[in-house]
Design a protein around this ligand. Structure first.
Ligand code: HEM
Length: 426
């Protein structure tokens, strides 16, 4: 016991005298040590818990490559397309920086979507993590806005017409709609003022995201991570220090993620891009199809599945907004789907529904796609607004384990191999 309290003290004090001097005045070392080193973490987190740090990593990559691109990009409707070509051909490693940024957006969304569905499966949005979840939804909205604005900057046919279609949606708002669109454009069509304000906001929003991510992490560290069992930690046998256990696990996940990411950047850099992204914007020629990036497709399908424009716009925004109130729509007392025999299946139905909507969004709204889009849209809202509230009342959850240690350690932690790791309380 005496040894352990010595370790406690040693763990909190920086070893170098310079660091001690700084820490006494500005406790940065104590903070990092507390939040990232001995931070007690459930001992049973699986690899799905890597995606938060992967999203954080991608945020840093996007800001870094974005700032470098900004050094060579020109936000002028006559020069933007050419400046991007200049980055690709003349700037040293410009092609690589641009492809990392371009594909990075997709991989940022991949990490974030897996992160969200992980939260849905294990009920991480439930009390006491409601605000953590809601901050996540704010981040998602900011990410979507940033990605949309960025898509317009190369001033290609795709970006230009994407901007025209999406900004025009606001014209569906009664009375003030047209005025809002003119205000957004900074004129009477998508033109140079639109490009310049989109650029200013595209540069700004990622830093706003950084701020909200910090709040997200403060909220996370208030009660600590949820875990695959969805039960609260109960004593030190349930926790292990974040370092080295999860720093190593996160690094291994990052290595695997980077392999796939690098494969896209170096071997399939335009796989997720559209042919119209290679044609300079021409306000007099509408492309045959204006298709958004893959990460917007399910929402785009919802927009098009409703025959009325205003109702479609409302449905599209509601598809994200409904996530804000999810912690109160889900009435089940049990967090993890592992112990919810019906929700387990309902969750996968939602996954299939979202993928189907994405498929519909990528195709022309005709024939069977119209029907699938409408059924998919109906089911999406049915899931959140009807199934989630009712399921909590009718489902009989399986019995929960009494502690994480008793559920995941051999012989409930009584085995000699399952030595308990000392953990400092938060
Ligand atoms: C820039 C985007 C984001 C970053 C950098 C980020 C970062 C993180 C990190 C590092 C964690 C802890 C590790 C983990 O549990 O995976 C976390 C947890 C969490 N995040 Fe995010 N996040 C982002 C977006 C979101 C979004 C969009 C949502 C939901 C709509 C969300 C909801 C949550 C929840 C509920 C937890 C707690 C999970 C648990 O303890 O089981 N996050 N986030």
């Amino acid at each position: 016991m005496a040894d352990q309290s010595k370790a406690d003290v040693a763990g909190r004090q920086p070893s170098s005298r310079v660091a001690q001097w700084i820490d006494h005045r500005l406790p940065v070392f104590t903070f990092v040590n507390h939040e990232l080193n001995d931070y007690p973490t459930p001992r049973n987190l699986n690899y799905l818990w890597n995606f938060g740090s992967l999203a954080g990593f991608m945020l840093v990559v996007m800001i870094f490559t974005g700032v470098v691109l900004a050094m060579h990009y020109t936000a002028d409707s006559n020069l933007a397309f050419g400046s991007v070509e200049h980055i690709m051909r003349d700037v040293n490693y410009g092609w690589m920086i641009r492809y990392i940024h371009l594909n990075g957006a997709s991989f940022f969304f991949i990490a974030t979507y897996i992160h969200i569905f992980r939260g849905l499966y294990y009920g991480s949005y439930k009390a006491p993590r409601e605000l953590l979840w809601m901050l996540g939804v704010v981040i998602l909205l900011l990410m979507m806005a940033t990605a949309f604005l960025g898509y317009v900057l190369p001033w290609s046919q795709m970006g230009f017409w994407g901007a025209t279609v999406i900004t025009n949606l606001f014209s569906a708002i009664p009375v003030v709609g047209e005025s809002i669109v003119t205000w957004l454009w900074g004129g009477f069509s998508v033109d140079n003022p639109t490009l310049q304000r989109f650029y200013a906001l595209h540069y700004l929003l990622p830093f706003v995201i950084v701020g909200v991510v910090m709040l997200h992490l403060v909220a996370l560290h208030r009660h600590g991570s949820n875990n695959p069992l969805g039960i609260d930690r109960n004593g030190s046998g349930d926790s292990i220090p974040f370092h080295p256990y999860y720093t190593v696990k996160d690094l291994l996940g990052l290595a695997a993620f980077l392999l796939v990411f690098a494969f896209f950047v170096f071997y399939l850099p335009n796989y997720l891009n559209s042919a119209d992204a290679f044609i300079p914007a021409n306000p007099l020629r509408t492309p045959a199809e204006v298709v958004p990036q893959w990460y917007f497709l399910p929402f785009y399908a919802i927009l098009r599945s409703i025959p009325n424009k205003l109702a479609g716009v409302i449905a599209m925004f509601s598809a994200v907004a409904v996530l804000f109130i999810l912690p109160w729509l889900d009435t089940s007392k049990v967090r993890s789907a592992r112990f919810r025999p019906i929700y387990k299946w309902v969750f996968w139905l939602l996954v299939i529904d979202v993928i189907a909507l994405g498929w519909v969004g990528a195709n022309k709204p005709e024939g069977l796609f119209v029907l699938i889009g409408r059924v998919g849209t109906f089911y999406y809202f049915f899931h959140f607004l009807v199934v989630m509230p009712l399921l909590g009342a009718f489902e009989r959850p399986l019995p929960l384990p009494t502690s994480i240690g008793s559920a995941v350690l051999p012989k409930g932690g009584a085995h000699p191999a399952a030595a308990q790791v000392p953990v400092h309380s938060p």
